[in-house]
Design a protein around this ligand. Structure first.
Ligand SMILES: [Zn+2]
Length: 327
């Protein structure tokens, strides 16, 4: 795997880059009506829960930093809280092999090699098993800790149950509020050296709030509101002329990007209108911005991006496959 990393970092002094590899972290099935409209009530599809390995090499300090974006599905679903185990019954068929640790091992890494785990958000199908990462720091968007603590307003839907003991407090960093740019708790482990999780949110192109993780524009955390409080995405520069946008759950179906479909809604047993996004209007604005990036030539990959996964040319872009993901 060292060949994969060093190959990209030998030149391009002008534009700092990171390498990005996809990590296979399980598959599950979704009823399409909960995501897109119009669609048949019976339509389902099996989608991946993708994670990504991002590696940064600082030429001057010779320091390599490894981050994983999301951990996908938990290998042992019996280790989810009972309400999530019940919800999982509606998401069958489902498979959790390989999980993130097995996918990392396929390329020769163990969890202790991962400096930071960044969560797009804290829904069950993205959190994996943080206990498998005993030395990593965890980074979550603003509002995520209140969800985990149960101190923020309740959200509808069986998928919105959160584990208060999910993350180790001493190794968890919650990003500041993107609009107010205030500091939050856990300042002590905000990262050291050339990594930065406490800087100011900045405008980048059509993205109103981004954080420059390595202060070299190679990797930006992007505020991507709408799906769940604290939902964040990543924008990675993998070569001078290629950028990858990791969109998490900003969008669950590419037909929302093309405009072929609109976001789905449904009624629960009490007649309440439900939407997979906590704030539909904000989710639509986030999708608009992603559509703009795609028009500029940025490669877009969502967490449940079955089309991206099934594209034969992406087979080698998973960690442990022969080639680097950098397109
Ligand atoms: Zn999801």
């Amino acid at each position: 795997m060292s060949a994969i990393v060093s190959q990209k970092q030998s030149d391009h002094a002008a534009a700092a880059v990171v390498t990005v590899h996809a990590l296979s972290c399980g598959h599950f099935s979704l009823p399409e009506y909960q995501f897109v409209h119009p669609v048949s009530r019976d339509a389902r599809r099996t989608v991946p829960s993708l994670a990504f390995l991002i590696q940064h090499y600082n030429q001057s300090t010779k320091k390599r930093t490894r981050l994983v974006f999301d951990l996908g599905l938990r290998r042992d679903i019996k280790r989810y809280a009972p309400p999530i185990q019940k919800h999982v019954e509606t998401r069958q068929p489902m498979s959790t092999d390989p999980d993130v640790t097995k996918s990392l091992a396929g390329g020769g890494l163990v969890p202790e090699d991962i400096d930071y785990v960044i969560y797009s958000h804290v829904h069950w199908d993205h959190i994996g098993e943080p206990r498998d990462f005993p030395t990593s720091n965890f980074v979550v968007g603003h509002g995520s800790l209140a969800l985990l603590d149960g101190t923020s307003s309740s959200l509808r839907g069986g998928h919105s149950f959160f584990e208060s003991d999910l993350l180790p407090e001493e190794r968890t960093i919650e990003l500041s509020e993107p609009w107010a740019n205030v500091l939050t708790k856990h300042d002590s482990c905000r990262g050291t050296g050339d990594i930065n999780f406490s800087g100011s949110w900045q405008t980048y192109g059509n993205l109103p709030q981004t954080l420059d993780v390595f202060n070299d524009s190679s990797l930006l955390i992007v505020n991507a509101p709408g799906h769940l409080p604290g939902h964040i995405n990543l924008l990675a520069r993998t070569s001078p002329d290629h950028q990858i946008y990791m969109g998490g759950d900003a969008c669950h179906d590419r037909r929302l990007l093309t405009g072929e479909k609109t976001i789905g809604e449904w009624n629960d047993v009490h007649g309440q209108v439900c939407c997979i996004h906590a704030d539909r209007k904000q989710a639509e604005a986030t999708i608009d911005r992603i559509r703009g990036l795609e028009k500029e030539g940025v490669e877009i990959i969502f967490a449940h991006d079955v089309e991206w996964e099934n594209d034969p040319k992406n087979k080698t872009r998973f960690f442990g496959a022969e080639q680097s993901v950098d397109g």
